[in-house]
Ligand binder design. Structure first.
Ligand SMILES: Nc1nc2c(ncn2[C@@H]2O[C@H](COP(=O)(O)OP(=O)(O)OP(=O)(O)O)[C@@H](O)[C@H]2O)c(=O)[nH]1
Ligand SMILES: [Mg+2]
Length: 316
């Protein structure tokens, strides 16, 4: 869990302090695993997007609202841009590309701990090159590299394109992220508060529940299993004050063998997934849950347009 009340504090001086209210959209893009979702969670101050050490964790666009004195940034976290190997991957990359239109700023996130730029970063940079929208280069994970390497990395990544600004940050520790907020706010036009202050995302509750279940599967399984999983919440039923809310979710996998792994001996793995997801969700949603998980096999769903539509992976 990232974030906490301390993060919500006002930026000193407030970039728009005393001036007009500023607002607008900013897309977070980059290759997989660079820390885009961790950054979204850090900036919003709440965990909205699931995070894992496995690439291609995020599959849909995830909106997170950042409120600061005099300004509101609507951030759009996106799936990592990669070379797709199935229709799901194609949809994910399309979602990321679609997010680039109609934003006032783009945050191009790269991973300092991975060393100098690689082909994946170059591919994203080329995607951004034709844009007129200002792009801020965000060198993330600087907590994981020796301080004397940061300048050299900034220069190497900076050579990938024309950037409005380049900032070293750590989404994990929060280092320099408020500076990043100031840079983005400076790029926003005067505008209204698009979302009320207590609304930090547009994700429906069912989607959040499904994602938190998937996150625990990402943590507890390996190799192809995490990538072969989709979660659909089929029922959320309030059963009155004294009883936890009943939730039924179906976990889809592609093969019988994966179903076996996911359930685990004596149901051990599935039980652990449910317990961990329930704990996090109860904290986030502020209510007690009874989470019932089912596992079903849907062969090759990642290549089936109907399944992608059904699971909410088609960006319109
Ligand atoms: N050391 C360090 N690790 C980080 C930082 N930010 C993210 N991570 C880790 O990097 C891994 C990937 O983080 P995510 O936020 O899921 O990355 P992402 O770019 O959203 O990945 P996709 O959704 O797959 O595109 C996780 O293990 C994070 O804990 C950081 O600032 N420092
Ligand atoms: Mg992500």
């Amino acid at each position: 869990m990232t974030g906490g009340p301390a993060l919500g504090g006002p930026a000193v001086g407030g970039p728009a302090a005393g001036g007009e209210f500023r607002s607008g959209f900013a897309a977070i893009v980059g290759r997989p695993n660079v820390g885009k979702s961790t950054l979204l969670n850090r900036l919003v101050g709440r965990k909205l997007a699931i995070v894992s050490d496995k690439p291609q964790t995020t599959r849909t666009r995830i909106l997170g609202v950042v409120n600061r004195p005099g300004a509101q940034i609507v951030l759009v976290d996106t799936p990592g841009v990669h070379r797709p190997r199935h229709r799901l991957g194609e949809q994910m990359v399309r979602t990321a590309r679609n997010a680039l239109s109609e934003v006032e700023a783009v945050l191009f996130v790269v991973d300092a701990s991975a060393g100098p730029p690689g082909a994946g970063d170059r591919f994203v940079a080329d995607l951004l090159a034709p844009l007129e929208t200002p792009v801020v280069l965000v060198l993330n994970k600087v907590d994981a590299v020796p301080g004397d390497r940061v300048d050299e990395l900034l220069e190497a990544y900076g050579a990938l394109g024309r950037f409005h600004a380049a900032l070293p940050v750590s989404a994990l520790t929060g280092f320099n992220v408020e500076r990043l907020v100031e840079v983005v706010v400076d790029l926003l036009p005067p505008g209204p508060r698009y979302f009320p202050e207590d609304m930090i995302t547009d994700q429906p509750e069912r989607q959040i529940i499904a994602e938190f279940v998937r996150e625990q599967i990402l943590h507890l399984t390996r190799e192809e299993v995490p990538h072969s999983v989709a979660v659909v919440v089929e029922e959320v039923r309030d059963r009155g004050e004294d009883k936890p809310t009943y939730v039924r979710a179906v976990i889809y996998v592609e093969r019988d063998s994966q179903k076996g792994i996911l359930i685990g001996q004596g149901g051990r793995v599935l039980k652990e997934v449910g317990t961990r997801a329930r704990r996090e969700l109860e904290a986030l949603l502020g209510m007690r849950l009874y989470l019932e998980l089912w596992v079903k096999v849907k062969p090759d769903w990642r290549n089936r347009p109907g399944s992608l539509q059904e699971f909410g992976y088609v960006d319109t």
